[in-house]
Design a protein around this ligand. Structure first.
Ligand code: CDP
Length: 437
């Protein structure tokens, strides 16, 4: 199983860790702070009052050292030889020592081996100095962030003052200059911009602006070019719905904001899937029930040309969640009809657990509800063919942010999440009935 890795390199206080954490949360992947590895070693040595900083001493120490991370959500606590060093890591004395010992090959080898071993276990965004150039030369997406020395010093001063550390702009500036010098002039794996990294100067942008820029770039790297026939079918469907069903879509901009993204909609008709495909684009992937597809030759034929993620509702193996996750991170909209079947009356039915399970297992933080209005009348369940000229109106909501969901998901939070998601769709239905029906 291949996992993906995004790297961010750059000088101190260029915004790497803040952005890596934000993106980790948005994509539901883990954050790996390579600087914290160097800082853990430095903090451990300071706590043990080991002031020697030569290769021989460090080799002896690291030969028997074990580094462990314990994740709490997307973020980790760092243990060296069983000691939790997390509380000491942001200390400036620790940072300076980390930068000094980081020039030794034995230290870099120890850290790099640990980083590579951890990243084999899942999808990660990692930040540091040499991640794209040395540790993960084949990373899926690489960024290099920088900012003017003044704005980096201001950011670090603010960060330290927020943590209650007495400092001044001049002092921080001096420390940053010294570390920049040490990090970019050392012989082994100095700070460099990898040739294939996306360069962003964060000086005059807010964190949110840079985050959006990075997400757009991640999406671009992953989005696969759809085959020509899917593009053709997509644009045909768009015209078909416009002409024969006077299609109107509200909130199209909301769909563009979701990166790849999990989408859910009400289900009343065979028109629902092609309609969503015409709106969300030819990369759209549908989650479909194995049982329904296997017994219906018509659906089997139509869906041959479009990617489906088939699922046995009674048994959702880990692999199913892995495929959903991968498609979403590749920038494909993944659509699920949470009612699990077409509604006979046109009213929204109760939701099955599938949608909440995907959100929990794939740690999805944003999901896009879409209400398909008028489709029921355009092709009711009991009719063999659609009724042309009926009006179809689609309402695309703002993405719903999902927070605090737990892996494994006890029944109760999953039920609460399911109800929450259904409520949003019912709200959209009400809005449709009040304004557009
Ligand atoms: O947060 P900040 O950018 O100031 O530092 P950090 O990323 O926590 O890294 C602390 C020190 O570890 C840096 O000054 C580097 O000398 C070293 N480091 C490194 O050499 N290679 C890395 N991949 C990450 C950090």
């Amino acid at each position: 199983m291949t996992h993906f890795i995004i790297t961010i390199d750059g000088p101190s206080a260029s915004g790497k860790s803040t952005l890596a954490k934000k993106i980790a949360q948005r994509l539901g992947i883990n954050y790996l702070d390579s600087g914290a590895f160097y800082r853990s070693i430095a903090a451990f040595l300071i706590l043990n009052e080991d002031s020697a900083e030569d290769e021989g001493f460090l080799l002896g120490f690291l030969q028997n050292a074990t580094l462990k991370l314990e994740y709490e959500g997307s973020f980790a606590r760092y243990f060296l030889n069983g000691v939790d060093l997390s509380p000491y890591l942001r200390n400036e004395q620790v940072a300076m020592k980390a930068s000094r010992i980081a020039k030794f090959g034995v230290v870099r080898k120890f850290v790099n081996q640990n980083l590579q071993a951890i990243c084999k276990k899942g999808d990660f965004i990692a930040d540091g100095r040499d991640l794209g150039s040395k540790v993960f030369p084949k990373a899926d997406v690489k960024f290099f962030l920088t900012a003017s020395i003044e704005s980096r010093a201001k950011r670090r001063e603010l960060e330290q003052k927020t943590m209650g550390t007495e400092t001044s702009f001049e002092k921080v500036l001096e420390q940053l200059l010294q570390r920049d010098e040490q990090d970019s002039k050392r012989k082994i794996d100095p700070l460099v911009k990898p040739a294939d990294a996306i360069f962003i100067d964060t000086t005059s942008f807010t964190t949110d602006e840079v985050c959006e820029q990075m997400l757009v770039n991640i999406k671009k790297k992953f989005v696969v070019r759809p085959s020509w026939y899917r593009v053709l079918i997509g644009s045909f469907l768009k015209k078909f719905f416009k002409i024969f069903f006077r299609l109107q879509v509200f909130g199209e901009g909301n769909a563009e904001k979701v990166l790849g993204g999990l989408v859910y909609a009400n289900h009343t008709s065979y028109l629902d899937a092609p309609l969503l495909l015409s709106i969300l684009g030819p990369n759209t992937v549908f989650v479909a029930s194995k049982r329904v597809i296997e017994k219906n030759i018509f659906i089997r034929c139509v869906t041959r040309f479009f990617p489906l993620i088939l699922v046995d509702e009674k048994n959702m193996p880990r692999d199913f969640f892995r495929i959903c996750n991968k498609e979403i991170h590749k920038g494909s909209p993944v659509v699920i009809f949470p009612e699990g079947m077409r509604s006979i009356t046109g009213e929204i039915l109760s939701f099955k657990e599938g949608l909440a399970s995907i959100i929990i297992h794939c740690k999805i933080t944003e999901v896009l509800p879409i209400y398909l209005g008028g489709v029921y009348k355009a092709w009711p369940k009991e009719r063999l063919f659609p009724v042309l000229w009926k009006k179809i109106t689609v309402l695309i909501s703002k993405p719903l942010c999902i927070t605090g969901h737990k892996e494994g998901g006890a029944k109760e939070p999953r039920n609460a999440l399911t109800e929450h998601l259904k409520k949003r769709l019912v709200d959209l239905e009400k809005q449709y009935k009040d304004k557009y029906e």
